[in-house]
Write a protein that binds this ligand. Structure first.
Ligand SMILES: Cc1cc2nc3c(=O)[nH]c(=O)nc-3n(C[C@H](O)[C@H](O)[C@H](O)COP(=O)(O)OP(=O)(O)OC[C@H]3O[C@@H](n4cnc5c(N)ncnc54)[C@H](O)[C@@H]3O)c2cc1C
Length: 494
């Protein structure tokens, strides 16, 4: 029997993974396997096809699209035609500076550089291929830490799915080289002689081994894997999540098993803030209180220790996210009085306020601040000390602790409280890659044949410890394109 046809034990990659199965070397086809079909998977599949590769595209959901089913469509890029048309002068250097300021200099500089350098090219590609930008583009995204310049764009229909539509339409040209397997989950990477050569899959047709010269993991984050969060990031066990159920981190754990290095796995951003039904960690956009916090004047945020922890009204979202990270359970109780409701024109602070109040879980009402504190199980003495300080700030017009500009007393009953949890939109830890999007092992070596693109890399890897507008959508697209191109160009000696 020829050596290439002999059944060869699958060897471990850099980590010394245990021998697991046999591979017929000659049966490894010269194709690229893309796992996952969100923004990164779409971009990777398209660019691998466009570069001449044959592609097997595997998706565990019944439909393609991943998080684009719920994500809005912001995209950030410097030096675009839209900026020039509006007389906005921008540069990649300024973009990098802003990303580093917002990310506190903690991003991988090669990946951050690739993101900032390639984003405009990718945006222009979408526009040239039919994406309709909104007339407001470019703008300064008000939801996140602001860039120094308007460089965030949205499609006219503000959904991330708009990018997938363009990519799918373009992929139609390469139908003969594309196989799509939906409702099929990749369960394990197959490693052979120090390389990754395929994935094991489980789907309607049972379990199978699928081989290729390269595997691109575009499987997204782990924001819905609450067991894994509790186990690996216990500090964040109380965070709620708006991510889709598929966000279970499969690609991250599969890569870890073949020796991939994981980065930023101790960091998870809880965006302010969700009200969740009792006993569940899942929540939806409609239950977020952050819009209320931006528009309201006079609400006070208390930690579970009964203390204020931030300037509630600050324009920049980042100090709030950083402060939330530091308080117990990343959970706050937002309190206000009847005067605050009156001051805000009688407008109620959150959607479905009355229903929440009736449920008596997320929203509570009391005739005194003492009773409100008790209702939420907050330490009454600490709360009353905070209220006294809030009232003193209102009288002096100054907030010596956090510098809040508009200070109002908490003194007009009834009093209300909203229990607000930090909320996961995307996860920050993931598979370490180099700027070719090749996965890197715990020893720092490239794992041949394995690529990762998108949230599976962890957003902190390209964005650092902070979140800049468009930095959830843009890198999966930019890096997906790069990974597809690089994987297609890979040559393997057999
Ligand atoms: C509600 C919401 C709003 C957002 N809004 C914005 C925004 O306005 N701007 C912004 O920049 N970012 C935003 N984000 C973040 C951004 O959308 C995501 O970071 C981005 O979509 C991630 O893309 P992805 O391709 O890496 O992963 P995903 O879109 O999550 O795709 C992963 C895919 O892999 C599949 N998969 C997973 N495991 C397996 C497996 N074992 N086998 C086969 N397939 C598998 C999944 O089913 C899924 O289809 C938002 C996120 C949410 C949740």
């Amino acid at each position: 029997m020829r050596k290439t046809l002999s059944m060869i034990l699958v060897a471990a990659v850099a980590s010394g993974l245990a021998l697991t199965s046999c591979v017929d070397e000659s049966s490894i086809p010269d194709r690229v396997i893309v796992v996952g079909s969100g923004l990164a998977g779409h971009a990777a599949a398209y660019s691998a096809l466009e570069s001449g590769a044959t592609v097997l595209w595997i998706e565990k959901n019944a439909e393609l699209g991943g998080s684009t089913a719920i994500a809005t469509g912001t995209f950030s890029a410097a030096g675009t035609e839209l900026q020039k048309a509006k007389g906005i002068s921008d540069s990649v250097e300024l973009f990098k500076e802003d990303l580093n300021r917002i990310g506190k200099g903690k991003a991988d500089q090669e990946l951050l550089g690739l993101y900032a350098t390639k984003a405009a090219e990718v945006w222009e590609w979408f526009v040239a291929h039919g994406l309709q930008p909104s007339p407001q583009s470019p703008l300064i995204d008000p939801m996140h830490s602001p860039y120094s310049i308007a460089r965030t764009y949205t499609p006219a229909k503000n959904s991330a799915a708009e990018y997938c539509k363009v990519l799918l339409a373009e992929m139609a040209r390469y139908e003969d080289r594309l196989t799509v397997m939906k409702s099929t989950a990749a369960t394990e990477l197959i490693a052979y002689r120090g390389r990754v050569v395929g994935v094991k899959t489980s789907g309607e047709g049972g379990t199978k081994d699928q081989y290729g010269k390269a595997v691109i993991l575009a499987t997204g984050g782990f924001g819905s894997n609450f067991d894994m969060i509790a186990k690996r990031l216990p500090k964040y066990a109380q965070l709620r999540s708006v991510t889709m159920p598929h966000a279970s981190g499969d690609g991250i754990w599969m890569a870890e098993k073949v020796g991939a290095q994981l980065v930023h796995m101790d960091y998870l951003v809880g965006y302010f803030g969700a009200i969740a039904e009792e006993g569940t960690k899942r929540t939806g956009f409609g239950s977020l209180t952050s819009g209320f916090a931006e528009r309201w004047k006079g609400d006070v945020w208390l930690s579970l220790e009964g203390k204020r922890f931030v300037d509630e009204d600050g324009f920049d979202e980042d100090p709030r996210e950083t402060a939330l990270d530091a308080i117990p359970e990343q959970t706050a109780v937002i309190v206000f009085d009847q005067a605050a409701i009156d001051r805000n024109g009688g407008k109620l602070p959150i959607r479905n306020f009355q229903q929440w109040l009736e449920k008596g879980y997320g929203v509570k009402k009391a005739d005194s601040m003492e009773d409100l504190a008790k209702a939420f199980g907050l330490p009454v003495d600490a709360v009353m000390k905070t209220v006294a300080q809030v009232n003193e700030n209102a009288a002096s017009g100054r907030d010596p602790q956090f510098g809040k500009a508009d200070n109002y007393p908490l003194s007009t009953p009834p009093y209300y409280g909203v229990k607000s949890y930090g909320t996961i939109f995307m996860t920050q830890g993931g598979i370490k890659t180099n700027a070719r999007l090749e996965a890197v092992s715990t020893s720092g070596a490239v794992i041949p044949g394995l690529y990762a693109a998108g949230e599976v890399q962890g957003t902190a890897q390209w964005g650092g410890l902070g979140y800049a507008g468009g930095s959830g959508n843009t890198p999966p697209l930019v890096f997906g394109f790069e990974a597809g191109r690089n994987a297609a160009a890979l040559t393997v000696e057999k």
